[in-house]
Design a protein around this ligand. Structure first.
Ligand code: PEP
Length: 257
């Protein structure tokens, strides 16, 4: 049985004060003994330590939104995976669509980061997803295949206990448009079959595939009920405790059966 993971991607939002308030609200509402659902928040780099202190010992983990593929050294403005581990990060998002499409990261860049993050012992949340134009021209599966093949090049089966896939259709991110449960399930099925054919049935069965794209309290339960949806990567709604908590609760209820 795959354990749900609900992750909040704060992007380049919050201040130290507002992020702290948000984290405190989550700590107050997410039971410490919650084992049913893994919860993760990904604040901006400057606030990782502050937020990490607030959630310490609560079962809520912290993750970074990006990392460098280089070892510490002369790379002005970059953040090494060693530094992420040092400040207590459990995870790192890699290949988010904003990094692919705005910052022009390629699958080759993403693959280097995946390798580096795995070597540092971090959980990798590898984000994949198609543009609206690609969906309209029926290229969704081909795009997912390219991103999975490129992002996971030379990654051994043994690394999969540290890998989570996030399916995030680009047209649904921050737009208020959500993939229908059927659209999400169909892409998730494709990704699970991809894992089966490129690795094994065991890895396909065990690897969590999150859905991301305008997940809100009112659509979370239906999306999370899909057989191959194992959690959510949440942007906008993770910035408001009153929206993020019901999404976590939806996952907790579903995992109780
Ligand atoms: C995201 O940034 O990963 C995301 C899914 O954003 P939103 O929930 O705002 O669509």
């Amino acid at each position: 049985m795959r354990r749900f993971l609900v992750a909040g991607n704060w992007k380049m939002n919050t201040t130290k004060a507002s992020g702290s308030q948000l984290a405190q609200a989550l700590v107050a509402e997410v039971p410490k003994e919650n084992q049913a659902v893994e919860v993760l928040v990904c604040p901006p780099f400057p606030y990782l330590t502050t937020i990490g202190e607030i959630v310490k010992g609560t079962g809520i983990g912290i993750g970074a939104q990006n990392c460098s593929h280089e070892a510490p050294g002369a790379f002005t403005g970059e953040t090494a995976t060693e530094m992420l581990s040092d400040v207590g990060c459990r995870s790192v998002l890699i290949g988010h669509s904003e990094r692919r499409h705005i910052l022009k990261e390629t699958d080759a860049d993403i693959n280097l980061k995946v390798k580096k993050a795995l070597a540092a012992g971090l959980q990798v949340v590898l984000c994949v997803g198609e543009l609206q134009s690609e969906r309209e021209s029926e290229q969704t599966d081909a795009v997912l295949d390219t991103q999975m093949t490129g992002g996971l090049a030379e990654i051994d089966a043994a690394a999969f206990d540290q890998i989570v896939i996030a399916y995030e259709p680009v047209w649904a991110i921050g737009t208020g448009l959500t993939a229908s449960p059927e659209q999400a399930e169909s892409a998730h099925q494709y990704l699970r079959n991809w894992l089966k054919s490129h690795y094994s049935s065991e890895i396909a069965d065990a690897t969590r595939i999150l859905y991301g794209g305008s997940v809100k309290p009112d659509n979370a339960k239906e999306l999370l009920s899909q057989e191959n949806v194992d959690g959510a990567l949440v942007g906008g709604a993770s910035l408001k405790a009153e929206q993020f908590i019901p999404i976590i609760q939806a996952a907790v209820e579903l995992s109780a059966g």
